[in-house]
Design a protein around this ligand. Sequence first.
Ligand SMILES: Nc1ncnc2c1ncn2[C@@H]1O[C@H](COP(=O)(O)OP(=O)(O)OP(=O)(O)O)[C@@H](O)[C@H]1O
Length: 364
Amino acid sequence: MAEIRIEGVRHSYFPYPSEPSHWALKRVDHVWRDGGAYALLGPSGCGKTSMLNIISGLVQPSEGRILFGGVDMTDVPTERRNIAQVFQFPVIYDTMTVRANLAFPLRNRRVPEAEAKRRVEDVAEMLDLGRLLDRRAASLSAAEKQTISLGRGLVRPDVAAILFDEPLTVIDPQVKFELRRKLKAVHEHLKLTMIYVTHDQNEALTFADTIVIMYDGEVVQVGPPEDLYERPQHSFVGYFIGSPGMNLLPARIEGDRLAFCGQSLAMPSGMGQRLPERASLQLGVRPGAMRLVSPGMDRDALPARVEDVERLGPFSVVDVRLGDALVKVKVADGVPIPADDAGLVLPPDHTLVFADDRLVGALA
Ligand SMILES: Nc1ncnc2c1ncn2[C@@H]1O[C@H](COP(=O)(O)OP(=O)(O)OP(=O)(O)O)[C@@H](O)[C@H]1O
């Protein structure tokens, strides 16, 4: 086991990339800590699979280096990288028993029989596969087959990291939860570096201690879930983490104020100078950070209108018209919601300013 360092990596699938969109990875510098439980999140096409395949050696990056524990692995072939990869669909041999499937990676590496048997039984116990060990894989459900794929990743004694590429896509939601719990337990037991690719933030939040967010071929933020929620460094992180996501409202500078949706708010001193010229500006505010009041109740409230209320148990999500934008506001159960005309309070310390999608700071 060792840290995995991605240094100045760029990758294009085009032989002669000539424009930014030709790069699947634009430039990535990132360290995967030894023993970390990571979720790699991002929209479709942002480069997650390319990142995993570059770590495992299935893809050779156009530029940059991959180091395991300080050793340059960029030119080392996949089979000598000791990386286990679990894909969306089970990769197992249907005609073999579960035991033989689990033992397969060990037989290939000539692990002595007694040790192989012990490791297979340990992994089977961790994943609750013990009762299936002597069954043929063909007779098992999709979830059981995918559990065997996970087991084949875990059984090897020498793995530097296990990479999971949306491994639970084909699994029912109920079983998914159970498998995620098992994976988490396995991580706590084995302390292996695990990188888990998903589109699903709930899946990421339950599995990982660190979340890595990619967007358009770059790593845009790395941190524990709370940091990503409280201080998104990129507007995509604000939108993607949290449910509903952060409201993002186009804005522009008007003197020392930021104008948006027919309203304006004061900027803190110095912020104007920190905004790059001609940058595209957005205000970001979480649905739960705003207050919805009756008209005239708060002098800081911006004039707004309630358009729709969706009751979701302990809170409601209210669609509020603010100028030409529709803003989502989360209101706790029992707090009165104005019928139509309303006031919307955006607390300055929770109202973030993004310039060209990057966080500049809060309005206070
Ligand atoms: N083998 C390939 N040949 C050409 N282009 C590719 C290849 N693999 C990926 N790409 C392109 O590279 C970009 C990144 O793709 P990648 O599969 O790494 O993203 P992803 O985040 O894993 O997406 P998804 O979540 O949809 O799997 C996309 O624009 C994709 O079309």
